[in-house]
Design a protein around this ligand. Structure first.
Ligand SMILES: Cc1cc2nc3c(=O)[nH]c(=O)nc-3n(C[C@H](O)[C@H](O)[C@H](O)COP(=O)(O)O)c2cc1C
Length: 214
């Protein structure tokens, strides 16, 4: 994919307000989108998130009611709710250390220094008080990866923060699980009648937002 194509697709993307519910993302494309979520970077690599792909129409209807009645929630092909950790315990760090040791074929003990540094920072340090915010910021990286990957595949998305996270937690049974809803992304295909697709993109000039310090 060349530079021109990437910019073309990024200009093609917009936050879709009305989706064509008859069009579904193929299994191959969905696999790429879901991998883009899984492959997103995170602080220390701890992946303090879960991506709930809500395909049940009855649950979608309930979520629609608490998402400012935004129609994409029900119309989209795949509805991804991003939930992030509300706390970090030593067992979370250990789980990641064990996975690292397994994937890289090294003894877990060789990662003790790294493990203790993370525990000192996120479990026993002052940052433990702000885990919710720490984790939420990372949700937006995954969201960006998903939306950009979709755009490159000519798949539409709409990010949604216009929702009631507490109601989502209740409906999706996230209460007391250590995860809480942050935002969602509706993925699918724009409806030909969505008038926003012809609206010009509103962005500040490059000189206003990009500053080269040389
Ligand atoms: C974190 C975040 C939350 C958003 N929430 C909503 C939303 O709930 N509903 C919606 O229609 N658009 C939502 N948007 C879309 C923005 O309004 C949109 O990205 C912005 O106006 C720029 O337009 P464009 O994405 O079409 O280029 C959200 C965007 C972001 C990044």
């Amino acid at each position: 994919m060349n530079n021109e194509t990437i910019l073309k697709q990024l200009n093609w993307r917009y936050a879709v307000k009305k989706m064509d519910s008859s069009k579904k993302i193929s299994a191959t494309d969905w696999n790429t989108l879901s991998e883009s979520l899984r492959l997103a970077p995170s602080s220390f690599g701890l992946q303090p998130w879960k991506f709930l792909v809500v395909q049940n129409p009855a649950i979608r209807k309930q979520l629609f009611e608490v998402s400012w009645k935004q129609s994409q929630v029900e119309e989209c092909s795949h509805y991804v709710v991003i939930a992030t950790r509300t706390d970090m315990k030593e067992s979370d760090i250990q789980k990641f250390i064990d996975q690292t040791a397994k994937v890289r074929g090294i003894p877990a003990e060789s990662l003790d220094g790294y493990k203790n540094m993370m525990i000192g920072d996120l479990v026993k340090g002052p940052r433990n008080q702000v885990i919710k915010w720490w984790a939420q910021r990372q949700a937006y990286i995954a969201m960006g990866f998903l939306m950009e990957t979709a755009a490159l595949l000519s798949i539409d998305t709409c990010p949604l923060e216009g929702l009631d996270p507490a109601e989502y937690d209740r409906i999706l049974k996230l209460e007391n699980t250590g995860y809480a809803t942050v935002a969602a992304v509706a993925c699918g295909y724009r409806h030909p009648e969505d008038k926003y697709q012809s609206a010009k993109k509103v962005r500040f000039d490059s000189k206003d937002v990009i500053e080269i310090i040389s």
